[in-house]
Design a protein around this ligand. Sequence first.
Ligand SMILES: Cc1ncc(COP(=O)(O)O)c(C=O)c1O
Length: 459
Amino acid sequence: MFTVAQKQHSTQDLRRLDKQYVWHPFAPMKLWLESDPLVITAAEGMHLIDSDGRRYLDGVSSLWCNVHGHRVPEIDDAVRRQLDRVAHTTMLGLANEPAALLAERLMAVVPSSLAKVFYSDAGATATEVAFKLAAQYWHNVGRPERNEFVGFAEAYHGDTVGAMSVGRIPAFHRPYFPMLFPVHFAPTPYVYQYDLEGASEDEKPEFVKQHCLRELKAILERHGPKIAAVCIEPMVQGAGGIIVQPPGFLAEVARLTKEYGALLIADEVAVGFGRTGTMFACEQERVRPDLMCVAKGLTGGYLPLAATFASQKIFDAFLGDPWDGRTFYHGHTYTGNPLACAAALASLDLFERNKLVDHVAKAAGSLWHMLQPLKDLPHVGEVRQLGFMVGIELVGDKATKAPYDPRLRVGAEVCLRCRARGVIVRPLGVVVVLMPPPAMGEDDLRTIVDAVAAEIAGL
Ligand SMILES: Cc1ncc(COP(=O)(O)O)c(C=O)c1O
């Protein structure tokens, strides 16, 4: 006999309940209410299974977070073992075992500039923590005038107010502009869409890179003494459309930031944990940030956990007597949740045991070959890839790069049609995003690419 929790509900019932009560993130709800949403009730390995038993490859890593697949025995067991001890205990005033063990393990893999970890529970909280730490660091060292931030156009750091201020995507954030704090925005080297007269296609990446760096330098030249930090999504600007930065851009941003005395915040929420072919994207250009944010892949995509790493220098500036006003008064109820930390520890074991970063680096080459034919499709403007992060930009007219009418929702349409082929992917506007879990094998990658290619070809 089923208990209430185990009772099997029909797809129709679940859809009805969802539509009646649930407000979905990033969803135009009018369209949602007119649709027949998939209801996921189970998963196995790289597949999600819906309430009618149909299986779909998780081509979006359950929103860029799943790493090893679903229902991974080692992570399941680690969470169950922790559940037998304690599910949650606060980090305000108490330490806990998995959080301490995880901190040590993380320190062994993050860039060597980082010495301390501050836990929270989402990418947006990790970036908010970084902004607040940067601002308070300068306050604590007697330079309170350094309280302004530099970000990049179309960057994304989450949906809380600080995160929306520093990473501002007009399509998402326009209604909130009046409540955001002012930020200096440098241009993003979005080579494909960059209007640059006189440069050939071959020269363009370098020209665009140099142009963006000059603009960044001009901002730092003008406002340098007031800048607390420069914040960047290293190597790939994710939600802005999987914009892969030209080689050398990140390293030069880091160099300029240092030259002007500001802190460097690396937002590795999307790119961290193997997705670009190295454990952290910063490694690819030997960048050592002062603050680094991770979330999504930290627990293998199992449970909400985030971390903001800080250098020893930053940490030391917060030491003092309680009445000195140096304390970082920030925290979240579920900070350092033991179940999530246990999942993260098991995930790190799997990274090592399965040599997962090497797998991504190697399989990314095969993925690149699979993607080449898409470049010839009439409505594909550009295919961008770094590791297992892929953006396929659709255009109305390939020759002129004229965009599709947004009302056609071509990106969403392609992704919807892929479901009939047993593949779940999700667009960012006109960019179809492939973000397979780092552990995905080449056969499954091929299935995803073939499904997407067929649906784009049919546009
Ligand atoms: C680079 C980056 N930073 C921050 C976030 C926000 O993470 P979360 O959705 O967990 O708040 C995201 C989410 O996509 C992201 O891509």
